[in-house]
Design a protein around this ligand. Structure first.
Ligand code: FRU
Length: 489
């Protein structure tokens, strides 16, 4: 049976074999969501980077495609983005058949080995057949290296007001912004960030896009900025800024550090380009791993999966536009007919076992609502017949959410793996947990995506039992709905 190896996610995207890291070039065109990704087909560890490719019409089921971009004499193909060039500004296609343009980093290993800094430049490629085949531009690179180590991961958007393409690029501890009329010639506009946000590591994989603040007619620009290391719970993570952008300069609302996801396994996430205006969503996907241990996790044929796709929104939180992430509604299609279980409300003190009958917890979606009582901390514990457990919960005492994988299975492959991730949070009287479990991963969306924690784990046998716990007092479970989810392969 294909895609049924130990630890293989059943409804998350993963490559059939080989090494995968960042999602790349996400673009929607003619009914198809394209997902490209950092790919090394010849090994299960990082190596000469290609762009792998998959296509989905519903963001849930993916069809693997042939490799889209191979390394060449200018270097490995590192991360980047893709756009539909609707007006054929590049001249690679026509107005009737607009080209898809991929914008990526060339990483030149010869230059790196020679010990020189300027090993990264930006290149482009185009497709005239709905992303099936790609032709690299003969004028590459389109952005030369100005003498900077770490000069990569271009993300491009069409800026309506100035009628120009805008590229945001990571340059060590900041981003550079460039503009272009044709995607081939780029002018430097400005830089942002050396004095804002978190700087525990190098900045990578930026993304810049406008988003309406929910319930208002105000639009803010969101800048996603991945950082490695320096994440809130160690290793790689994704921070964001909100602010204003006039086509030239980005001005942040605050220099404070804010995180897209507090879990350790959501890195290099960016959003889809060209999702139709009628749809209006900004859809995000991340790499569900962490550079701290990604290359040594115990899977054999392949390494890594993507997160589930998420809809990003801006909501007002104490007068500040704040980013929330929620699972895209297309995922409802995974709910197995007849599997739904509704559990009666109950007061939980100490430990309660929840009977889900035949429902396969290791491939499930769970929606919990709690009414906070006098307990110091409470939550959900997934377990198996090996006494391993994964705990998810909220500590009222510490005012934080947590996912505890210290005893959730294998961890001897890396001393960085077994630990507790936390997210500062002040819950109200009620707290909701929307959880997706897929064999070796858990994604926890709290209170409609106000906080998110994404974590992978490697239990010795499937997690098949569910318990609720409350320490130092009681908590009320007011509702619990569970669905078993179908596999996508
Ligand atoms: C992030 C990253 C990017 C780079 C790619 C190389 O995970 O380091 O900055 O383009 O991976 O595979």
């Amino acid at each position: 049976d294909n895609f049924a190896e130990p630890y293989r996610p059943q409804f998350h995207f993963s490559p059939e074999f080989g090494w995968m890291n960042d999602p790349n070039g996400m673009v929607y065109y003619e009914g198809e969501y394209h997902l490209f990704y950092q790919y090394y087909p010849d090994s299960t560890v990082w190596g000469p980077m290609h762009w792998g490719h998959a296509i989905s019409t519903d963001l849930v089921h993916w069809e693997h495609q042939p490799i889209a971009l191979y390394p060449d004499s200018l270097g490995y193909i590192f991360s980047g983005s893709a756009v539909v060039d609707w007006n054929n500004t590049s001249g690679f296609g026509s107005e009737e058949n607009p080209p898809l343009i991929a914008i990526f980093t060339y990483h030149d290993m010869e230059i790196e080995k020679a010990g020189e800094l300027e090993d990264e430049t930006q290149g482009i490629a185009y497709s005239l057949d709905k992303g099936r085949s790609w032709i690299k531009y003969e004028g590459n690179p389109v952005v030369e290296n100005p003498g900077a180590a770490d000069f990569r991961d271009p993300n491009v958007i069409w800026h309506e007001e100035t009628q120009k393409w805008i590229m945001v690029l990571s340059v060590q501890d900041r981003v550079h912004l460039y503009s272009s009329e044709n995607l081939k010639e780029w002018q430097f506009e400005s830089e942002f960030g050396h004095d804002a946000g978190s700087h525990g590591g190098v900045w990578e994989c930026p993304d810049l896009f406008p988003l309406q603040v929910e319930g208002t007619d105000q639009t803010k620009w969101v800048l996603l900025l991945n950082i490695n290391p320096g994440g809130p719970n160690g290793g790689s993570a994704n921070q964001y800024f909100t602010g204003d952008f006039d086509g030239h300069t980005f001005v942040a609302d605050t220099k404070e550090t804010r995180w897209v996801d507090y879990g350790r396994d959501n890195y290099a996430g960016v959003t889809w380009s060209d999702v139709p205006k009628e749809d209006g969503r900004r859809i995000f996907i991340g790499w569900m791993s962490n550079w701290n241990y990604a290359q040594v996790v115990p899977t054999e044929k392949w390494r890594s999966a993507m997160t589930i796709p998420r809809k990003l929104s801006l909501k007002d939180e104490n007068g500040m536009a704040s980013l929330t992430s929620e699972p895209v509604s297309e995922l409802h299609a995974l709910r197995m007919a007849g599997s739904e279980k509704n559990i009666a409300s109950q007061t939980v003190s100490d430990i309660h076992t929840i009977d889900l009958g035949e429902l396969d917890l290791s491939q499930s979606e769970l929606l919990f609502e709690f009414q906070a009582g006098d307990s110091e901390s409470f939550g959900i514990s997934l377990g198996n017949d090996q006494d391993e457990m994964l705990k998810i919960g909220y500590s009222a005492e510490e005012k934080q959410l947590f996912v505890d994988r210290t005893n959730a299975g294998k961890s001897d492959f890396s001393s960085n793996f077994a630990s507790i991730s936390t997210a500062p949070y002040e819950a109200g009287d009620q707290i909701k947990f929307h959880i997706y479990i897929d064999v070796a991963s858990v994604e926890v969306f709290v209170d409609n995506g106000n906080r998110v924690l994404t974590e992978i784990y490697f239990s010795s046998t499937p997690m098949n039992s569910l318990k609720l716990f409350a320490n130092g007092g009681a908590v009320e479970l007011t509702s619990l709905t569970a669905h078993e989810l179908k596999r996508i392969w």
